[in-house]
Write a protein that binds this ligand. Structure first.
Ligand SMILES: *[C@@H]1O[C@H](CO)[C@@H](O)[C@H](O)[C@H]1NC(C)=O
Ligand SMILES: *[C@@H]1O[C@H](CO)[C@@H](O)[C@H](O)[C@H]1NC(C)=O
Ligand SMILES: *[C@@H]1O[C@H](CO)[C@@H](O)[C@H](O)[C@H]1NC(C)=O
Ligand SMILES: *[C@@H]1O[C@H](CO)[C@@H](O)[C@H](O)[C@H]1NC(C)=O
Ligand SMILES: *[C@@H]1O[C@H](CO)[C@@H](O)[C@H](O)[C@H]1NC(C)=O
Ligand SMILES: *[C@@H]1O[C@H](CO)[C@@H](O)[C@H](O)[C@H]1NC(C)=O
Ligand SMILES: *[C@@H]1O[C@H](CO)[C@@H](O)[C@H](O)[C@H]1NC(C)=O
Ligand SMILES: *[C@@H]1O[C@H](CO)[C@@H](O)[C@H](O)[C@H]1NC(C)=O
Length: 434
């Protein structure tokens, strides 16, 4: 193909990537029926491989393709590709309109690494192959919180249908939640986006994180879609998607099956939308925990729309610690199906997962304006609804509308409602017993 041909093909390919797809329940979101995408993906990969080797320099008007293999990445078992990725990143980030490519059918091994901006312009990372974390814990400096850290980047896209593998088994074995004789320490988050603006993360598999899988921290304007996040149910603290101090984020069309929260929305997050999400196993969709260690935390304007939770410990949960302050408000959970969920609807203002004092205190994070609408399905415990709000700061403006939860076939089902100002609309079952 001529150079112009390359450029043209690429242009078409890049333009075609903006499309999204529909139904999430029945198919793997990474591999939608649209065969177009696959062909384009293959073509881009082909382009990339010959491009990097034979046809530099590239005309300045085209996207510049940077392939990690051109920086001596090995992509086979045993070799460490960290330095190659660092160099490739620098090259791509410092170029205009670049695309950094991680080729298909290869497994690249990385130690903890920071991919830092600012970059020169809009920038895309295409992960077609697999990026796998180093198995050796000694490769991680002490107190390392991140494995792959993307920071200070604007107008950035990560996509490609490839896999990011945290290789977390060693970390799980050394967790104090698994081996009670060990001290509690943090393990790294597999993928972190820190201080990113206008970010798109799509069509990726993230699995077996050391601790959390995917964190957005201090980001603004994020679209995360078509993600498949998996880890065994017994893997400790392996949150799927963790949203912290982040505003304007949409999470769409994703499947999350891990050992901890499916999606956790914590302090400083605002305007969070999660749509078409399948969760379970795991701990469900959670706001909080907020107010730990007497902190002042705010979360507002959250909507969770169309979710299926299967065999999770919680369905939709708000959890706050005693002694905190701030608020969790304007939160909507709607069109949600529960399949054998232990606590389908729960607000717990007495959350406490550490030993020691979890006593009633005078202050609490204020929970208000929470809507539960069209929530149906099966509870795995008889208490399908549990509002355990703070005595000193009751929950206000809580609305249940068309909520129908049953406890495995015909056993009786209950709602427990403490310190909550509640309104019901439509058919609501169960209703508060106290
Ligand atoms: C990747 O592997 C698949 C399955 O083994 C094979 O069909 C495909 O041709 C490979 N692609 C490349 C670029 O090697
Ligand atoms: C990101 O996009 C915005 C809006 O198009 C633009 O103003 C800004 O300069 C871009 N930043 C970079 C680093 O490309
Ligand atoms: C860069 O990205 C921003 C935001 O994602 C977008 O608005 C803008 O059109 C992009 N610019 C180019 C030249 O692609
Ligand atoms: C728990 O950790 C201790 C101390 O490192 C170790 O001796 C023991 O074998 C571990 N137990 C299991 C079940 O791994
Ligand atoms: C996110 O998606 C919305 C449409 O749902 C679009 O308007 C917005 O530009 C997208 N933002 C980014 C950063 O891709
Ligand atoms: C939180 O405040 C309470 C009451 O003032 C105090 O007893 C407790 O020690 C504080 N906890 C922390 C972690 O600072
Ligand atoms: C509540 O949050 C939604 C987004 O989920 C937002 O569109 C709406 O404006 C917010 N309402 C108030 C009163 O802030
Ligand atoms: C209620 O939610 C379910 C999904 O759980 C959806 O299929 C149904 O259409 C919703 N009903 C209404 C009236 O929106």
């Amino acid at each position: 193909m001529s150079q112009l041909g390359h450029v043209l093909a690429l242009f078409i390919i890049l333009a075609s990537f903006s499309s999204s797809f529909g139904s999430y329940q029945h198919q793997d979101p990474l591999y939608p029926p649209a065969s177009k995408r696959t062909i384009h993906d293959r073509r881009l990969e082909f382009e990339t491989q010959s491009f990097g080797l034979t046809t530099r320099p590239i005309p300045f008007t085209s996207p510049k393709l940077v392939n990690v293999d051109d920086f001596r990445a090995k992509g086979d078992h045993g070799a460490d590709d960290t330095e190659s990725f660092s160099k490739a990143w620098r090259e791509a980030c410092d170029s205009k309109d670049s695309v950094l490519v991680v080729p298909r059918n290869m497994t690249y091994h990385l130690k903890p690494i920071a991919f830092s901006g600012p970059c020169k312009s809009n920038f895309t990372l295409k992960v077609y192959g697999t990026i796998q974390a180093s198995r050796r814990r000694s490769d991680y400096p002490k107190h390392t919180q991140h494995w792959l850290l993307f920071e200070n980047i604007q107008n950035f896209t990560v996509e490609g249908g490839g896999t990011i593998d945290g290789n977390g088994r060693k970390w799980w074995k050394n967790s104090c939640k698994v081996n009670k004789t060990l001290p509690c320490t943090n393990a790294p988050t597999a993928v972190t986006f820190l201080n990113c603006n206008n970010l798109r993360v799509a069509n990726l598999r993230i699995k077996n994180a050391q601790q959390m899988h995917l964190t957005f921290q201090k980001c603004v304007n994020v679209n995360a879609s078509n993600l498949v996040i998996t880890a065994p149910w017994y893997s400790p603290n392996t949150d799927g998607i963790h949203v912290t101090e982040t505003q304007n984020i949409k999470i769409q069309n994703s499947v999350i099956r891990t050992g901890d929260d499916c999606i956790a929305i914590v302090a400083g997050s605002k305007n969070v939308e999660a749509t078409d999400i399948a969760c379970g196993p795991g701990h469900g969709i959670s706001i909080g925990s907020l107010g730990a260690g007497n902190s002042t935390d705010f979360v507002s304007d959250v909507i969770v729309n169309r979710a299926i939770l299967s065999k999770t410990t919680n369905g939709v949960r708000i959890k706050t610690w005693q002694g905190g302050s701030g608020h969790a408000k304007n939160i909507t959970f709607q069109n949600i199906e529960m399949h054998n969920v232990k606590n389908p609807i729960i607000i717990n203002q007495y959350y406490c997962d550490r030993k020691g004092s979890c006593l009633d205190q005078a202050s609490a994070v204020k929970v208000s304006n929470v809507v539960y609408k069209n929530i149906t399905g099966i509870s795995a415990s008889e208490e399908a609804i549990n509002f355990k709000c703070s005595k000193s700061v009751p929950c206000q403006g809580i609305l249940l509308e068309d909520v129908n939860l049953v406890y495995q076939e015909d056993a009786s089902v209950k709602a427990s409602c403490e310190s909550v100002r509640l309104t019901s609309q439509g058919k609501v079952s169960p209703r508060c017993s106290n």
